[in-house]
Ligand binder design. Sequence first.
Ligand code: PLP
Length: 414
Amino acid sequence: MHPSSTDLPAIAGGEPAKRTPFGREKRYGEEELQQLREALEQGSLFYAHGNKVKTLEKRFAEMNGVPYAVACSSGTAAIHAALIAVGISPGDEVITSPITDMGSVIPILYQGAVPVFADLHPHSYTLLPESVEARITSRTRAVLAVHLWGNACDLQALRDICRRHNLWLIEDCAQAFGCRYQGEPIGTVGDIGCFSLNEFKHISCGDGGIVITRDERLAPRLRLATDKCYNREPGVTQRNATFLANNYRMTELQGAVAVAQLEKLESIVARRRRWCEALSENLRGLSGITLPRPTPGCEPSWWFYMLRVVPELLGADADTFADALRAEGLPVGAHYIGQCVYEYPIFTNHSAFERGTHAYSARLYSKGLCPSAEAILATCVILSINEAYTDTDLEETAHAIRRVVRWFRSKNPS
Ligand SMILES: Cc1ncc(COP(=O)(O)O)c(C=O)c1O
């Protein structure tokens, strides 16, 4: 357990393990430019008049083996459209994950509904089905399953629970493009799958979103929910809005970039998967840290790589460990989003609106609601992943983590 003197970590005076810059590649290129040129030459950037958003929707639906896809302006908009489509209304409860982006919960609040947070699996970081079931009440209408880091929730269990309790199952696939669950594309197990095309996701058009469904009743509602409840079908001239819907339209410019990006998705996911699986293989069995554990039956698409420290075994907390890895040259950070979403002031102070009553104000949100999720955030360290990472990056990253773990362990012979 004693590291050799030639393998001192950088924090103890050794040479940083990362000797070469991480692999990088240009995100957007000629393919996107060509699509953009074609979009501009159409003479209209409005989705209903052009061809790019339509092409994106058609290809994405085909790729996922579903009949319907509707593009929109963001992942948040995608989730909002899904909630509107299934009829989430004031006072309803929607169960979701406490470790996620605000984009998952903003739409719940905008519908006047109450976000209810269920606890997470300690190593897959996704919803614990038993915790979801325990939080169901007569007001629960839907489960919003967040597939964090590109790893699916236990969808089989969640689908069974939703069927038994007559709930909608909506999948938040913002971090999970290209993930598969029991051989099926992510987003196709629940009633609606919601994706984000923001700048930081597997594929991007700057900002954008897309929803998929097999349900012919939901498809037209999804379209209306992204476009002010206006029906743009050819021949329909009357504006006859029947429910509340925002302008969440995707423009032809975003559609054009997204069409080009979609072509790259398979390769992006394959490279990330290969690299991250090899890293896990290399680190397996290392005492003092725990590795991200894919949900059984899932092939994750690895949006990031999040491990946890076991401070009693490692002899270091997440901050100290992350500092040591950064000294080695690794792009890491401790604690991911810092605290569970329900610990934000918008929840603890019920400050979504200045005045008036909102159903969520009657619910108490405070630390302690989801102990496992809180423990995950207290001990996690996140490594940024890029599909351009090379084999050298892999070797140097694994070496950095191993040498730092060994060094802390050698000083803490528990
Ligand atoms: C899990 C999750 N859900 C929803 C969103 C919202 O997506 P967008 O930023 O496109 O609105 C994000 C974005 O970070 C996310 O990570």
